[in-house]
Design a protein around this ligand. Structure first.
Ligand code: FES
Length: 120
């Protein structure tokens, strides 16, 4: 059972193999969206481009599903480690930063701390 370590929230969340990352985050009550996404999002269709996450450290290169065709277009000008949560399927444990477009001031320290503890 994969663990998703949410860096900003300081939480480890268990999920099933094949679970959708957006659905896991919302189920756990995590704040996935910024202001724009909270005002209106597409509900997971890959159209609003507001559910950004940064993949910090996957346990394997195949920890997440490959980029979808939608992501290849929508994320063209974004950092290579960004995903759209609604398009991402979890296969094994991974460290995630939600809302990477507005990282916390102590993001670097949070990320280093998150990477220092083993993922279950
Ligand atoms: S929820 Fe709209 S692109 Fe992911």
């Amino acid at each position: 059972m994969p663990t998703i370590r949410f860096v900003r929230e300081g939480r480890d969340v268990k999920c099933g193999v094949g679970d959708n990352l957006r659905q896991v985050a919302l189920r756990e009550g995590l704040e996935l969206y910024g202001l724009k996404g909270n005002l209106g999002n597409c509900g997971g269709c890959g159209q609003c481009i507001t559910c950004f996450v940064a993949v910090i450290d996957p346990t394997s290169p195949e920890a997440l599903s490959p980029l979808t065709e939608v992501e290849k277009v929508k994320l063209k000008a974004r950092p290579a480690n960004w995903r759209l949560a609604c398009q991402t399927i979890v296969k094994s444990s991974v460290i995630i930063l939600t809302k990477p477009q507005s990282p916390p001031l102590n993001a670097k320290a949070l990320i280093e701390s998150a990477k220092s503890a083993p993922l279950a």
